[in-house]
Design a protein around this ligand. Structure first.
Ligand SMILES: *Cc1c(COP(=O)(O)O)cnc(C)c1O
Length: 463
């Protein structure tokens, strides 16, 4: 299995290389050269299997020779052993034909753990084998960073640096990043928004001398291995509701478009998915683009669903790549427009192609709060604000006769202020992390300054 860049100009890589590289050298994102197919029988045979077994079957065709079957099975087993629920991704029913897929039973209480725990184990095995070290730098609006730190802390071959926007993450998110004691963990609180953190991260990757000098590796949601890990729960949930013999729909609280893109891949592999619904908060660039074809960046308005507060949705580039029939030159041109003018416009033909696969909806702040209140009253479910946005859009757009799975992307205890404001209930942390607020914090304040960031990384890894 080979991986190609969405901009058509970077070298073709193996799975392991694409995973260790992250962003392609032409600025593009890696995608598999062809998408492996699952037959109806392959999908039927998943019924009743463990999460880990389905994970092996869904991901194996993408791995190529990078890992042996035995290695890959052990990696999967380790990745999910720290989850607080034996089903890993259990489902509860909200209403007739509406289900909530709970993706928050991992160590940092958000769905990012599904990908990050796997990637931590994959890196560890690959780097041990080649006797190399890498420097991981990630940018986060909160959940990616905590998941990355949790996955990489204490691993011998890795230093992990996480940039988060100072003062703009929840206290639980911050503490999950600043309280680990392992010396290979570096939490950096940067002045600015998440988009600023993401921009400095991209600058570091585009500085090839620095990138090669510190052996920079990326684990942001553009990393193909992360997208791949997320494909699995579309299969487990759809099969438990009757796929492949009936169609299933999904609603996904969306920011960087990684999670919903995994659903698109599941569909392309053969899973019978009817609607794939993009749910956004007031930072609705994706909803506007899918409705009008205008992808125009604006400033970020902080919301009560901070993990979706972004204006540049990186993985959307992958969806555009397929909408443009894998034309790397066309994608390069769009991204050049985005860089120079702050936006681009899609033709009606491309909007039509995208709308065959994606539908979208936007939820305001007051509607988010109202949905948290309503879900508790009507469904007896305490939702985090991101999940509430999903449920709200799903209820507006779903078809009565097709089962709808809404992805619950974080545990309500990760965003207790918003939940308490809407319900008067302050959701407690699960027992296994109840001492989070007593642990000591360790964090470095940094400015929005590329040179200073590069020096800091080089100094720290020299020690
Ligand atoms: C990251 C995140 C999202 C958005 O997921 P994308 O893959 O970036 O679209 C939604 N909800 C929560 C809780 C998250 O952490």
């Amino acid at each position: 299995m080979k991986y190609i860049s969405t901009r058509g100009q970077a070298p073709t890589l193996t799975f392991e290389e694409a995973m260790l590289t992250g962003l392609a050298r032409d600025g593009g994102l890696y995608v598999p050269e062809t998408i492996p197919q699952m037959s109806k029988d392959d999908i039927s045979a998943m019924a009743g299997l463990s999460y880990e077994e389905v994970a092996f079957r869904v991901m194996r065709p993408y791995i190529g020779d990078s890992f042996t079957d035995q290695e890959f099975k052990e990696i999967i087993a380790k990745a999910y052993s720290g989850f607080g629920h034996s089903a890993r991704a259990p489902m509860v029913q909200l209403d007739s034909n509406h289900f909530l897929l709970e993706l928050f039973h991992g160590p940092t209480l958000a769905f990012k753990d599904f990908a990050m725990q796997l990637i931590g184990q994959l890196f560890q095995v690959a780097l041990k084998r080649s006797n190399e070290r890498v420097t991981i730098v990630g940018a986060t609006s909160g959940d990616t960073g905590s998941a990355a730190i949790e996955a990489f802390k204490g691993l011998d071959a890795v230093d992990v640096f996480i940039l988060y926007p100072h003062g703009r993450v929840s206290e639980v998110q911050r503490r999950q990043m600043t309280t680990p004691t392992e010396s290979n963990v570096h939490a950096l609180a940067m002045d600015g928004h998440f988009d600023d953190c993401q921009a400095r991260l991209k600058d570091m990757f585009n500085d090839f001398e620095f990138r090669d000098g510190v052996r920079l590796a990326g684990v942001n949601s553009i990393n193909w291995a992360r997208v791949l890990a997320q494909v699995v729960y579309y299969f487990t949930s759809a099969v438990s509701l009757g796929a492949p013999d009936r169609k299933i729909s999904f609603t996904v609280p969306t920011g960087n478009f990684g999670d919903i893109f995994a659903g698109f891949i599941a569909k392309k592999m053969g899973l019978p998915i009817d609607q794939l619904i993009v749910a956004t908060n007031q930072n609705d660039i994706l909803h506007r683009c899918l409705s009008t074809g205008e992808y125009i960046t604006d400033s970020v308005i902080p919301s009560i669903s901070p993990s979706m507060d972004i204006q540049v949705s990186s993985n959307f580039e992958r969806a555009l790549f397929y909408a443009y029939d894998q034309d790397g030159a066309a994608i390069s041109a769009l991204m050049e427009d985005l860089k120079t003018t702050g936006g681009f416009t899609l033709s009606q033909g491309i909007i039509d192609r995208l709308s065959q696969d994606f539908v979208s909806g936007r939820v305001s702040e007051s509607e988010t709060s109202a949905q948290i209140t309503k879900s508790l009253a009507v469904h007896a479910e305490l939702l985090c604000p991101h999940s509430a946005i999903g449920v709200d859009v799903a209820d507006r757009l779903r078809k009565a006769d097709v089962p709808m799975v809404t992805l619950a992307t974080a545990h309500p205890a990760k965003f207790p202020d918003a939940v308490e404001a809407a319900t008067n209930i302050r959701p407690p942390l699960p027992a296994r992390m109840s001492d989070l607020f007593e642990r000591n914090e360790r964090v470095t304040r940094v400015g929005n300054d590329l040179e200073a960031l590069k020096s800091l990384v080089m100094e720290r890894i020299a020690k």
